[in-house]
Design a protein around this ligand. Structure first.
Ligand code: FAD
Length: 396
């Protein structure tokens, strides 16, 4: 048929926003839109630090895709993408093939281990519902094991690699969860260690230094030990080796130190930097007028020529812009260029504590925690309206 086929890969922040906008803006029979995702649910990645630490249920961080999209307007395919073939305009799924006229790649990032030996094998990552279920159960299991082998304090040592956004938000929750677990398993809280290891000279690089100082104080008061300016050299089944050979024994290493683009993109032959594509001003892959790349898979530069860190905020804005450009392409109208508009950033530090910058002002403590909640609720509203806010909002 002559109806253009649009295929969207990944129902993350970028893919969902693109889908929602397309279903709103496209007229009947103007395009065939297919959304492909590994699971039949979308996960709220920015909330995953809570179920990972066990301070919330993983159910509260996911939403069924059928509740978000209108299946009369968008075909949803639950499948895993195994290969992208831009030269043939095809996508190979684990169980079939799709052809497209326009392709949107929003498959999200993968952990970047920077070649550190053992990290890929022995460390866990906070990246999906499945991965946080594992972390949550693993942490509880260490307490149970310790009760049987009380000399093994490495069961009670929790190492978090990376003091970026994800690492900091996770240790805030973990520090809240530990006292509960100690009570539940009759463990002396003074035996538990949370160690955050960061190679950069500061935690939360890029954040306001005064707020970083505040965050570290809050977390230290909750019992977190920081090893800033310390590189993890190796991860083994027994723990990590840092700096000049010191070994930290731990049965739980969570790596949050880096994100790269999805491997399928470089395998498809797109030019990438750490798996991410430096997109053109319209969010397209250079040399591919019909391929848009969003979120953690895209690389967008600020006016000073430095790459923006990938965030949910950016992925959402890109989704809106991408949908606009798809509709414009189909209607032979001019495309709109994308520029990131920073609405602010808030990092939570556990219950009732956060730091952030928004509306050109700094926030910390309760006010920042409240802002975080407002941002999360706004997101639920954008993707699922009032019904979703009522169903999930109270848990955030
Ligand atoms: P994602 O949201 O990662 O979605 C990718 C989708 O693709 C997933 O649904 C996945 O299942 C699917 N997929 C992957 N591979 C395949 C495949 N082969 N086949 C089919 N489907 C596939 N950002 C902020 O702006 N603010 C925050 O407060 C914030 N907090 C964060 C806290 C944590 C704990 C973490 C981990 C991240 C946080 N981020 C935050 C970053 C933000 O979550 C990411 O930048 C954002 O999720 C990227 O969106 P995306 O659309 O690129 O992909």
């Amino acid at each position: 048929s002559s109806i253009p086929k649009i295929v969207i890969l990944g129902a993350g922040y970028g893919g969902v926003l693109t889908s929602l906008r397309l279903q709103k803006e496209l007229n009947y029979n103007e395009a065939d839109v297919t959304l492909v995702n590994k699971h039949d649910y979308h996960y709220i990645t920015t909330h995953l630090h809570m179920p990972a630490a066990g301070t919330d249920n993983p159910e509260n961080a996911r939403v069924n895709i059928s509740k978000l999209i209108d299946e009369f307007k968008i075909d949803f395919v639950k499948s895993t993408v195994v290969q992208i073939r831009p030269q043939d305009r095809k996508v190979i799924l684990e169980d079939g093939t799709l052809s497209y006229d326009y392709l949107i790649i929003g498959l999200g990032g993968e952990p970047e281990t920077f070649g550190i030996p053992g990290l890929g094998e022995h460390a866990m990552n906070i990246r999906s519902i499945n991965s946080v279920r594992l972390i949550r159960e693993h942490i509880e299991y260490q307490f149970a094991r310790f009760k049987r082998e009380p000399h093994r304090t490495d069961y009670l040592t929790f190492v978090v690699g990376g003091a970026g956004f994800t690492g900091i938000e996770f240790i805030g929750e973990l520090a809240d969860r530990i006292p509960e677990l100690c009570k539940q398993f009759d463990v002396d809280p003074s035996l538990v260690k949370i160690i955050n290891i960061e190679a950069a000279p500061t935690a939360l690089p890029g954040f306001d230094p005064e707020l970083v100082e505040y965050a570290m104080q809050v977390l230290q008061k909750k019992g977190v030990t920081f090893r800033i300016g310390t590189a993890i050299k190796e991860c083994t089944p027994d723990g990590v080796v840092v700096g000049d050979g010191e070994e930290i024994k731990s049965q739980t290493v969570i790596w949050t130190g880096g994100v790269r683009g999805n491997r399928l993109i470089e395998e498809a032959g797109f030019e990438t930097m750490r798996g991410r594509v430096k997109v053109d001003e319209f969010l397209r892959a250079p040399g591919h007028e019909n391929v848009y790349i969003l979120g953690d898979n895209s690389l967008v530069f600020n006016p000073e020529g430095r790459p923006y860190p990938p965030t949910a905020q950016m992925a959402m804005q890109q989704g809106v812009n991408c949908a606009h450009n798809l509709v414009a392409s189909i209607r032979n109208q001019p495309l709109k260029s994308y520029s990131f508009s920073n609405k602010g950033t808030v990092a939570s530090l556990g219950k009732g504590e956060a730091i952030g910058v928004a509306f050109g002002k700094k926030y910390k403590g309760r006010m920042a925690a409240w802002l975080k909640k407002a941002i999360d609720i706004r997101y639920l509203f954008i993707i699922g309206g009032i019904p979703l806010v009522l169903r999930k909002g109270k848990f955030l």
